[in-house]
Design a protein around this ligand. Structure first.
Ligand code: SAM
Length: 289
């Protein structure tokens, strides 16, 4: 426990899939003026340096955001959801060279309208201090609550949100394989209390049993609550050994109808831009309840 630091993975291919999807979900939900409550159950530190510290050691951003930027700058065609995602990344770098990468708390904070609220959970004793410091610098800080608590057990207490309009990002590190079990229990409770919320679950697509079973477990939970879902995966390589993360997925419960179209445009481009061997591919499936 607590060996995971998201700075190692900031700006990786997995962050790109997650954050691009997240931006679309928020913008869709904001088409209506009613207040939106967003819960980020696993926040991390909020924003990361790409020039020094853990990210500079792991170099995961080289195969992620830097690779995507090179691809776009080389004149390859892009689509609206990728351009929009890149705007958020540029915004944290004041249009200059890429030195920092915003995590989900910063991306979400930037999206908040005055009527919206953001709730962040973080359990790591060092990350929570960095997160509090980073969020304190933002002009949206008053709209943001930060909890140093286990989100799997505390999520239900925030549901349903007062406005009954909510988005929950669930992005565990899966450092502890119990996270898979905690996720299922938390989703069961969440859907019992707030069936109409939009839930976006990120997971590493690994051959490990718990990870491979996750999409089917989520489909079962969605079906038992008569909910629609969308399932996507982005694989950048298929090499033996899985020494580094080669693929990740998002499972969305109650997805907006627009999401599938956006991802069907973006995924072929991301696969081409980020793919490193012939195993690069994507998956996109949905079910309407
Ligand atoms: N969502 C972030 C982003 O996209 O920028 C990345 C989050 S990272 C994958 C997962 C984080 O969850 C880590 O910082 C970890 O310390 C924290 N964490 C792990 N278990 C937790 C729990 N039960 N409740 C709250 N936070 C937890």
């Amino acid at each position: 426990m607590f060996s995971y630091r998201h700075a190692f993975h900031a700006g990786s291919h997995a962050d790109i899939l997650k954050h691009l999807t997240l931006i679309h979900l928020v913008e869709y939900l904001q088409e209506k003026p009613g207040a939106l409550t967003i819960v980020d159950t696993h926040a991390g530190a909020g924003i990361y340096s790409l020039k020094d510290g853990f990210a500079a050691v792991s170099k995961e951003a080289e195969g992620g955001i830097f690779r995507l930027l090179k691809f776009i700058e080389a004149g390859n065609p892009t689509v609206e959801s990728i351009s929009k995602y890149l705007e958020f990344i540029y915004a944290e770098n004041m249009g200059g060279d890429l030195a920092t990468y915003p995590g989900s708390p910063f991306i979400l904070a930037r999206l908040l309208r005055p009527q919206d609220r953001l709730k962040l959970f973080e359990l790591h004793p060092k990350e929570i201090d960095i997160l509090r410091h980073n969020i304190g610098e933002l002009k949206q800080a008053k709209q943001i609550d930060i909890y140093a608590a286990d989100s799997f057990s505390r999520l239900k207490g925030l549901l349903p949100p007062p406005s009954r309009r909510g988005l929950v990002l669930i992005d565990p590190s899966y450092e502890d394989k119990q996270d898979y079990r905690f996720l299922e229990a938390a989703m069961e409770e969440a859907l019992q209390r707030f069936a109409t919320g939009c839930y976006a679950i990120w997971y590493p697509a690994l051959s490990r049993r718990e990870s491979a079973a996750l999409p089917d477990r989520m489909k079962k939970i969605a079906a038992s609550h008569k909910r629609s879902w969308l399932h996507t995966e982005l694989r950048i390589e298929n090499a033996p050994g899985e020494r580094r993360l080669q693929a990740s997925g998002m499972f969305i419960i109650n997805p907006p109808w627009t999401l599938e179209k956006h991802l069907s445009e973006a995924l072929p481009i991301l696969t081409k831009a980020l793919g490193v061997d012939g195993g690069a591919q994507f998956l996109l499936k949905s079910f309407e309840a």
